[in-house]
Design a binder for this molecule. Structure first.
Ligand SMILES: Cc1cc2nc3c(=O)[nH]c(=O)nc-3n(C[C@H](O)[C@H](O)[C@H](O)COP(=O)(O)OP(=O)(O)OC[C@H]3O[C@@H](n4cnc5c(N)ncnc54)[C@H](O)[C@@H]3O)c2cc1C
Length: 292
């Protein structure tokens, strides 16, 4: 894969991303799909889906299994990593905790950020607020940090930060009980409310107390997409798209819940298809770069 420039990379392996990947491969493009969790953990929780044509009375998990298997049969490159940043250029560069990847076009299919952002989160982004321990943990060596996590993935992040930091406060926002942690990782059941500081983060305010910290790591299924790709235009908190699913950034398309309501599978799948056909049309206007 080193040196490979994919024709299309898709960020997110839910119904929208899988639909885009499937047609991208059928159209003989090189396609990589990034999915850092299970494929759409959200949909996998649905006990019954009864409005997806052709597959009545299916469970969310069953539907996803069929979509993943169908997509895999066409052999896209599946990369089980989280895309942290995308940098436009002659080709797009995508940064993950494990490496960098290149692509000629990008489809964002990241779903919605299902929780409201915390008061102060945007203000302190890059000044104490981070979405990735592997990337930013070293900045907090011997300091105190908090990890707010909506997924069990946060337990690994907290464990890693526990090796580096003086003290880690772990605030799980999911129902499952957190696994036992190192001595310097304290699990808090308080509800996080706000992030405060002056030029840098100084504390996390919860409904029970104020916790003095130098950094706050927030682990969600989907991060605010405008933080992943700077300059991406939004409209009422969702990605602004044209009818062909193009965004304001040439070569970047979007599909599914991240473009707005209705939050429904059939809409996500349809938009994934339109996005990939538009990406292919876009690629046809560009010379193919020479691979390194
Ligand atoms: C309980 C429940 C029941 C539902 N029931 C129905 C139903 O009956 N019928 C219906 O039509 N709809 C239903 N929905 C809605 C449906 O699940 C969504 O509309 C659909 O999943 C949207 O697909 P998507 O691909 O846009 O996003 P998602 O399914 O949210 O997929 C996005 C994927 O992107 C991944 N991702 C995000 N950011 C990154 C990143 N930076 N790097 C790598 N991967 C990333 C996530 O891990 C996720 O897997 C239900 C939803 C829920 C929660």
């Amino acid at each position: 894969m080193a040196g490979q420039v994919f024709d299309i990379v898709i960020v997110g392996g839910g119904p929208a991303g899988l639909s885009a990947a499937l047609t991208g491969r059928i159209r003989n493009k090189t396609v990589a799909i990034f999915e850092h969790m299970e494929f759409s953990p959200k949909l996998q929780k649905a006990h019954l889906v009864d409005n997806y044509p052709g597959l009545p009375q299916v469970t969310g998990k069953g539907l996803m299994q069929q979509m993943v298997a169908h997509c895999q049969a066409h052999e896209p490159t599946i990369i089980k990593e989280k895309v942290l940043n995308i940098f436009p250029g002659e080709v797009f560069t995508l940064l993950t905790p494990g490496g960098t990847y290149e692509a000629r076009s990008v489809i964002l299919a990241t779903g919605v950020v299902s929780t409201l952002l915390f008061d102060g989160e945007k203000d302190f982004l890059g000044r104490g607020v981070s979405y990735c321990a592997t990337c930013d943990g070293m900045f907090y060596k011997d300091k105190n940090v908090a990890v707010i996590s909506y997924t069990t993935e946060g337990e690994h992040e907290a464990a890693y930060l526990g090796e580096l930091c003086r003290k880690v406060y772990y605030l799980p926002q999911y129902k499952k009980q957190a696994a036992p942690m190192r001595d310097n990782v304290q699990v808090l059941t308080a509800k996080p409310c706000a992030i405060r500081g002056d030029s840098q983060v100084e504390k996390l305010v919860t409904d029970e107390a104020e916790v003095k910290v130098d950094g706050v790591f927030i682990i969600r299924q989907s991060d605010p997409v405008e933080n992943v790709l700077a300059g991406l235009e939004l409209e009422s908190e969702v990605i602004k798209i044209k009818r062909n699913m193009s965004t304001n950034i040439p070569g970047v398309f979007a599909a599914g819940d991240c473009t707005g309501k209705p939050w429904q599978i059939a809409k996500a799948v349809g938009e994934g298809l339109v996005a990939v056909l538009s990406a292919i049309e876009y690629l046809e206007t560009k010379p193919k770069p020479v691979e390194k």
